[in-house]
Design a protein around this ligand. Sequence first.
Ligand SMILES: [Zn+2]
Ligand SMILES: [Zn+2]
Length: 116
Amino acid sequence: MSAAHRVLRPFWTCAADGLPWPCAEARRRLSSNDLAVLRQTMAKLMAIAQGELDDTDLATLYRRFVAWTLEPDQRCAICGSRRHAAISGVAPRLIPCNALRAAIAASDLPGRPSAR
Ligand SMILES: [Zn+2]
Ligand SMILES: [Zn+2]
């Protein structure tokens, strides 16, 4: 058996393969958990990672930690966007709708100055 695909903090890399955590194998294993619980866990981990990683923007973190745990057609309960979603049971300040909407929109336009 290979080493466990667990997170190494404060680097947030995988202990087994050194990739940004959660790596594909970590995601596959995590996906066997209850998805509602997994979403909450990943949203909280994203908030912790945000405090420990200083070279990662919100849109990238959101895709890495939370986006893959959502249903394909899940919409944000606040703004209706399909690009992100509020997670029930997680404080809105951890998954800030406005900030996510702006960050994800900005990351879709590489090289363009932010509209803010
Ligand atoms: Zn891994
Ligand atoms: Zn929203």
